[in-house]
Design a protein. Structure first.
Length: 359
């Protein structure tokens, strides 16, 4: 379950008591279970090549669906009803994917944008990108922020997190990163910035990198060795949901130096747990974090080092960031996210020709 999936499940659970009937279509039996009198779960066991464009639209017609909501950019080539799509980000257009994949993404997205009745995006940054790259009506695009799970919160006894941390090999205070290890996450700059910290700070804090050991893992391990901090950098691998709360709460500082984010859950989750945040000052992150974190140029390793050092050594700054973060994250509640999605559903279901844009 990614952050977007967790947010979506929380929203569906929140809006399902309303006087509508919801059908959830899956390609396989879901691991998470949503139970409500208003929710019907259907598993369409069809080869994936046929699922999107044959099995799914056939089920929509059979069930007499009025509105189809896709939580990502794809939708069936034909639909028997109105539709809303979600564009989470445009990273496939910029990341180092193959030419054929980039072409596929652009073509599929372009058609979905043209035929959808309404387009939801996760930030104003993504909306601006869409309007710049594709010729679409701005009134057709609505910004809605994802919800941060309610169970992300400060633990009363942070020492209780130590048992969870020990199984990941974390035995000291630490600086934390959580996310995948793809190049645009800029974890290499984080390792270099950590290596540049004063010796007493490194002696007191390890660097914990949480994320599946794919993509650039081996290159990052080599970089840690070349930077002289191999013994201080802990690669945990993927951290399951049941451990994530403890891992966040145990951190002295959370750092997120990403170069490109359509939304960006980890810094918000860290703030919800009462952890100060240093993050990039590019793409959607300033929009989400505001003044509740220290924002720096992710291309400037020395600036990243200075920001980390300032938060770890300035107790007044640290307390201020924690207080602002806990307040800021309330803007990303399930109630607010659900209200926007319900509004989007209503606008399209009401057959308005041009839904009003929402920031």
């Amino acid at each position: 379950m990614t952050g977007i999936a967790r947010s979506l499940f929380g929203v569906i659970g929140h809006i399902s008591p309303l006087s509508h009937e919801y059908f959830l279509y899956y390609s396989r039996q879901p691991e998470a279970d949503l139970r409500s009198p208003n929710i019907k779960v259907k598993v369409l066991k069809t080869p994936w090549l046929l699922w999107d464009h044959i099995a799914l639209p056939g089920a929509l017609r059979e069930d007499k669906i009025d509105l189809f909501f896709s939580p990502y950019y794809k939708k069936p080539w034909w639909l028997p009803c109105k539709s809303i799509i979600t564009v989470n980000d445009l990273n496939p257009l910029f990341n180092k994917h193959s030419f054929l994949y980039r072409l596929y993404f652009r073509c599929v997205l372009k058609r979905s944008l043209r035929t959808a009745n309404l387009i939801l995006v996760l930030s104003r940054y993504v909306k601006d990108q869409l309007l710049e790259i594709f010729e679409i009506d701005a009134n057709k695009v609505m910004v809605h922020y994802c919800a941060v799970r309610e169970d992300f919160s400060p633990l009363k006894d942070r020492l209780s997190a130590r048992a969870t941390l020990e199984k990941y090999g974390v035995t000291s205070n630490y600086i934390l990163y959580v996310g995948n290890l793809m190049p645009h996450k800029n974890v290499s700059s984080l390792i270099k910035a950590y290596a540049g910290l004063p010796k007493d700070i490194k002696d007191a804090h390890s660097l914990v990198i949480g994320g599946s050991k794919k993509w650039c893992y081996r290159q990052l391990v080599r970089l840690a060795a070349q930077s002289g901090v191999k013994d201080k950098v802990v690669f945990t691998g993927f951290i399951p949901d049941e451990d994530l709360l403890s891992v966040y709460n145990g951190a002295a500082l959370f750092v997120f130096p990403s170069l490109r984010e359509g939304f960006g859950f980890p810094p918000l989750e860290a703030m919800a747990c009462g952890v100060p945040v240093v993050a990039s000052n590019v793409t959607s992150l300033p929009e989400l974090i505001g003044d509740a974190g220290v924002l720096v140029d992710p291309y400037d390793v020395q600036a990243l080092t200075r920001a980390m050092n300032d938060v770890l050594t300035n107790e007044e700054l640290r307390k201020g960031l924690i207080e602002k973060g806990l307040k800021r994250v309330k803007q990303f509640s399930i109630e607010k996210t659900a209200a926007v999605i319900v509004e989007a559903f209503s606008k399209v279901a009401d057959k308005r020709e041009k839904p009003l844009a929402r920031e």
